[in-house]
Design a protein around this ligand. Structure first.
Ligand code: MG
Length: 332
């Protein structure tokens, strides 16, 4: 072979390599995740911070639970994680397991196909009252998805204020984690904390024994400010890993003022501590937290005119921070 031919072949190899590298997915980049102290670590040793979107309760905004939306959130919004918020009570999984399961499965499969991470969230305020149903659900999920590095299990969205961490939430978590570990030895489990997933410091004083466990912190920027960041800092100082599986740019009701300044403070805090976060929510309900205006397409491809002020604000942050992971910025 002539030297010029060798050079040509090398050039062709290089030309094909570069776009392939740029298209590497987040899951190809980080692989199997695990918890190490206060951080999430990738399979190749990276410290991982995921940013993405949370769905709304599956029984009320289930139309958005589909592959088109997941693909759009990855391609256009640059989400590296999404959260399927499967409603359990109020006409959710406890009453209609088949319908809710199908929605979750559509989203999980779409996330696996898209090469992003997905949190399977048991969206309940009283899950510890019925561990049997939760065990049944998570056994099925672990059996089906335990071999995929994409999946994280969030076993209790928001325990209420009047529960006890050590006597209610932790025993429930131990039971459900045991059911998961029968099929999946390693994917991360995220456990809700008392008072709508705020009291992470309390949890850090009585930790879950499973090493791949993270703890949920939720905030709504116009309501929860310095005191909750201080609570989070104390928990981090005790060495637990926090995952903000849900946050709002507005008041705790999901409505009211859109607090830009306080949201930025939270973003800074989470970025400094490499805390992963998902915004609440993929919804066209007419309230401040929704990213979509009422009637926006159920299958994605939303123009900016279909996004709410919160949607525009959150998308801008995500594109700015997540784009370097994927290479060049795609503009619409
Ligand atoms: Mg696994």
């Amino acid at each position: 072979m002539k030297i010029s031919h060798i050079v040509s072949v090398l050039l062709i190899v290089l030309l094909f390599q570069i776009p392939l590298q740029a298209q590497k997915t987040i899951v190809e980049k980080y692989g199997q995740l695990s918890v190490k102290g206060k951080y999430i670590i990738g399979q190749y040793g990276d410290t991982v911070q995921l940013r993405g979107m949370s769905y709304f309760w599956s029984q009320w905004q289930g139309a958005y639970y589909n592959a088109g939306v997941v693909k759009w959130l990855k391609d256009d919004w640059k989400c590296t994680v999404i959260r399927a918020a499967m409603g359990v009570d109020h006409g959710g999984y406890a009453d209609q397991p088949y319908d809710q399961l199908e929605r979750v499965k559509l989203v999980v499969k779409a996330a696996i196909d898209a090469g992003i991470y997905v949190v399977i969230d048991y969206h309940s305020h009283q899950a510890h009252m019925d561990p049997y149903t939760a065990k049944k659900f998570f056994s099925e999920m672990a059996k089906k998805y335990g071999s995929y590095p994409n999946v994280l299990y969030e076993i209790y969205n928001e325990p209420l204020q009047e529960t006890s961490w050590s006597d209610d939430i932790k025993p429930y978590a131990d039971t459900v984690i045991k059911a998961i570990r029968e099929y999946d030895p390693d994917n991360i489990v995220i456990v809700g904390t008392r008072q709508w997933s705020q009291l992470v410091h309390e949890a850090s004083l009585d930790k879950i024994s499973d090493p791949n466990t993270a703890y949920t912190l939720h905030f709504y920027a116009a309501t929860h400010k310095d005191w909750l960041r201080e609570e989070a800092q104390k928990a981090l100082d005790n060495g637990i890993c926090i995952f903000v599986t849900e946050y709002g740019t507005c008041e705790a009701s999901g409505n009211g003022v859109l607090d830009y300044e306080e949201t930025k403070k939270w973003w800074d805090f989470m970025d400094q501590n490499k805390i992963s976060y998902c915004n609440w929510s993929i919804s066209d309900k007419e309230e401040t937290a929704s990213i979509l205006i009422f009637g926006a397409s159920w299958t994605g491809k939303w123009k900016e005119s279909k996004l709410t002020p919160s949607g525009l604000f959150v998308r801008e942050d995500m594109i700015k921070k997540n784009t370097p992971i994927f290479g060049t910025l795609k503009t619409e």
